[in-house]
Each structure stands twice: as C-alpha cells, then as structure tokens.
Write a protein that binds this ligand. Structure first.
Ligand code: GLN
Length: 400
C-alpha cells in the first residue's frame, strides 16, 4: 500500500523504544526529551493565552511577536541582522526541514548530510524523491581516555574533508547541517563550517542548518551559526525551535529564517503541510526567548553536569564513551561489553537491566558505520540518571 519511497521509513526508533521502555518499566534514555518542565513563566503565559482566547489560526507566517523575538534572539546571541519579515514560524524544526527539502529538491537532486543523521532527514529526502549523499562522522581517536586528563577531554566525532568533498556533485541541491549534532554530540567549529560553506558555494547549493541544540554546548565551547560566516547568509536557511531550549518538545514551535526568496519557497510548501499551528504557544515562546542570559547559562551548565554524570557512569559500566560536546546525547560503543551489534543490545537492554537506549545504526544510510554504537539521552533528572547508571553497572562483566 505505502509508496515505495517511504517503505524503509515506516516506524521511528523513538516510538519503538519508548513503547518498549513503557512495557518493561525501563528508564527511558532513548527518546530525547526532558523529564522536567520548562520555565514557569513560559508555561503560565501559554495557559493564559489559551484562557484569553488566542486559539484560532495565527498568521500563516507566524505570530508577529514571535517573528520579532526570533530576529532579536539572533542579534543577541550571534550578532545577526535578521528582518522579522524573513522569519517563518513552523511546526517544530522538523517541519521547517521537510518544507525546505520539498521546496528545493526536484526528484534526483542530491542532499549532502552527515551520517549518522536525525531520522527525519532520510525520510524527508525520500519523500521528495531526492537522493541522500551521506558523509560519515567517525569517532576520533582516544575515546575512553581519562575523561579529563589535565583539562583535555577525549575528542568526539568528526568528518574527513576529502569524504565531504567527494559527496558533492553537479546534482547537489542542498547541504543539511546539524550542529550541535544529534546523535553524536559533535559541535562543528568555524573551520569545519567554513569548509562546508565553501563547497556549498562552489556547487551552488543551498545550506539548511538545524540548530535546535544551539544552547546546549559544553566545556566553554561556542555554537557557531553557519549564516554568520562570510558570504554564507545569502545561501543559508537557519532553523531552530523552542522544544529543546525551553524543555517543551511537545509544543512543536519552530522557525526558519534566511534570504527572502528562500524563505518564500519554504513557506509555499509549509502552508500546505500544516498551514499553521500552536497559536497560544507562539506568543509565549516569544516572551521566553527574551529570558535573561542566566536562564541560558543555567540550561547549559545543568546539561553539562548531566552529561558528566551519565558519561562517567557509562564508563564505569564498561562502555567506550565518546565525548559529547553538545546536545542531549552521548554515544557509546558496546563492544567492550561483549556485543557487536548496538541494535541487538538495545532491544534486550530494557529487559536485562531496565534501561532503554537507541542504536546509532538506525541513523545511518550505511548501518555498518553505526553498528556497535548506542546513543543515550542525559536530559533527565539527576536521580533518574543515577538510578540508570546503577542499573547499567550490572552489565559489567564479572571480574576473572
Ligand atoms: N529529537 C528527539 C531524539 O532524537 C526525539 C525525536 C522523536 O521522538 N521523533 O531523541
């Protein structure tokens, strides 16, 4: 029944693993969503908006106060000069990405992205009849080294510049960049983004950036937004959302901004996917974007502590743990625990020790690349992480 191009994408690992976690009563470190609420002012504002009748269709492009707040956020954090009229509000970042892919790709056009990738990318590219050109992200050397020898953390995932270059062709239409990166926790630096940008310019490709984890970068790192690099604003669509930043992943309020003609193309598709959504949430998110720096700093420092707690526990439990520089996630290698296949490991983990995680192979066009890797989410209360670690330590092979 289902069209052929969607057949490889019938279910999402997040739904499957969350259902398994529920069935087995496991702690769910699979799907990345926080288990605490966002800022009280945001929640109160949304409730008040519902109570005061902000419940009908918002403008197709989004509530004016949210478009202005996104522009101001981009100025405040990145020094960007964004016209509120160039901001389009979407149903989460996912809709913005899907709309962009559908807006720019003719069947057979190519989209360069990094693998492992967030699962909706591949499904959306397939829907458009476009072709995914994946560039591998591989763990750098030294994983599982002492996590902090003299302040030096072991590196996480990176790409090879020759492999990146080889992914481009005359059919490249889009480059889809996710930084901070789900699932690896990689945060692309200026040099990496500059190379991606140069290649996009050379091949005349539009760059679409998914920056939903922009406020979750650790150890003093900086989030670099592609559109701030010289010459890049004119070819870049910048996408983010409220879900992660304000711990409201179920609200699905996202946005995209960029050059007027590119945003207009995205809007042409977006208006026929959901038309609009989230009327009472949009003005509430607008107010939250103006929260003081202390809110944003606290978010990052809380998550950094959680990353450390879970990463240390996973090392104790015997996993190889790769450095997570950002996001909600840390990636591990399960081979030291005697497993070759992360998917097999994840399907049995809830029953065995009462913890759920997701296999990285499901985020790969080439499953071999992620075969022994498993992603854990650390966006959970400290006591939940501590309990998860206590359970995972039971996996450690008995001595002798
Ligand atoms: N973005 C979240 C993750 O990667 C959840 C996505 C989802 O449930 N579709 O875990």
């Amino acid at each position: 029944m289902l069209v052929e191009r969607m057949r490889p994408h019938t279910s999402t690992i997040f739904a499957e693993m969350s259902a398994l976690a529920l069935r087995t009563g496991a702690i769910n470190l699979g799907q990345g969503f926080p288990d605490t609420d966002g800022p009280p002012s945001l929640l109160a504002d949304a409730a008040a908006n519902i109570g005061s009748g902000i419940n009908q269709y918002p403008p197709g492009v989004g509530a004016p106060e949210l478009r202005a707040a996104v522009a101001e956020h981009q100025r405040r954090f990145y020094g960007m000069d964004v016209d509120p009229d160039a901001v389009l509000v979407t149903t989460g970042a996912t809709e913005a990405i899907a709309s962009a892919v559908l807006a720019f790709c003719e069947p057979g056009d190519e989209v360069v992205t990094f693998q492992p990738y967030y699962d909706s990318y591949a499904a959306t590219i397939a829907l458009a009849g476009a072709v995914l050109r994946p560039v591998p992200l591989r763990p750098n050397a030294n994983a599982n080294a002492n996590p902090n020898p003299g302040g030096q953390r072991p590196p996480g995932f990176g790409f090879d510049s020759d492999e990146l270059r080889a992914a481009f062709s005359s059919r490249t239409r889009l480059v889809l960049v996710n930084t901070p990166h789900n699932p690896t926790g990689a945060v692309f630096d200026r040099e990496q983004l500059t190379l991606i940008g140069q290649l996009a310019a050379e091949y005349g490709a539009v760059i679409v950036t998914d920056e939903v984890y922009e406020h979750m970068v650790y150890d003093g790192r900086e989030h670099v937004s592609m559109a701030t690099l010289p010459g890049m604003a004119e070819r870049t669509l910048t996408i983010s959302a409220a879900g992660k930043t304000f711990s409201v992943t179920g609200w699905k309020i996202g946005w995209v901004h960029g050059p007027a003609e590119l945003v207009a193309a995205v809007r042409a598709v977006k208006q026929f996917l959901t038309y609009v959504s989230g009327a009472p949430f949009q003005p509430a998110v607008a107010a939250a974007l103006a929260l003081p720096d202390s809110f944003y700093a606290q978010l990052a420092s809380d998550l950094q502590r959680k990353r450390d707690l879970l990463s240390a526990g996973l090392r104790t439990a015997g996993f190889t743990v790769f450095d997570s520089a950002g996001t909600y996630f840390v990636v591990t290698d399960v081979r030291p625990l005697g497993y070759e296949d992360g998917a097999e490991f994840c399907w049995s983990l809830p029953e065995r020790v009462g913890v759920a995680a997701v296999p990285v192979s499901v985020f790969c066009a080439d499953p071999e690349l992620g075969r022994p890797l498993v992603r854990f989410a650390f966006c959970k209360r400290d006591e939940v992480l501590t309990e998860a670690v206590a359970r995972l330590v039971a996996l450690r092979a008995p001595a002798g």
